[in-house]
Write a protein that binds this ligand. Sequence first.
Ligand code: HEC
Length: 207
Amino acid sequence: MSSNKSKSNSVRIIVALAATLIVGTFVPTTQAQESGKTFEASFWQFLMGNNYKNWAPAPGQDGDFYSGQVPHGALLKMYINRSAASDVAGLQVGSVIVQENYRSDRSLKSISVMYRTEGFNPAANDWYWIEYKPDGTVVEQLSDESRQESSEVILASTSAKSTKLSGKSSSCIACHQRAAGSDFAFFNDQNDPNVAGGRKAEAISLR
Ligand code: HEC
């Protein structure tokens, strides 16, 4: 309502995000919308503020580039937060997975994020999907967006015609549902030769 109120909401969210770093558990802050700032923008601020590049690499990785595939980059780097690292098989609520997608010339193309937040989308393991451009804005999909099964919009997007790749993004979900274990995450599917863990031996070193 008043700008004071929205300011104090923003402050509260930032404090919650800062507290997250200290206690190591990401507190869902999907109320960020109330502050007038999109959840995606607040989450980007969280990622920057927490310097995700210092997070743990996925198990079996050394933090260096590894080869990727469509639709992600030719080269990838992955970082997981403490919640995810502490239970890679279970990927508890609060888990955050950041995957940097690079072109073959090693320029950064986009940053794919999965954040598991309780109750957001139980049908798809409660992941909140976001595809960021390197500047922190959300990638927009220009093609016709296929309608999602659920008509319920938990996090009302700022505009109904939005085709941003975020939230319950059907294109992310459609592919990630093939991941083993119904957790929508590939990297912990150790026996799948198509994913990072299984391809460790082939990981290319660019140094
Ligand atoms: C056509 C299939 C496909 C689509 C669409 C897709 N992904 Fe992925 N994604 C993959 C595969 C395969 C991997 C594993 C890549 C690897 O590690 O080599 C992956 C990995 C990831 C990872 C690292 C965690 C994991 O599951 O291993 C994140 C984060 C991610 N994708 C986010 C997204 C987001 C966000 C979208 C939507 C904007 C998306 N993906 C769309 C296939 C897809």
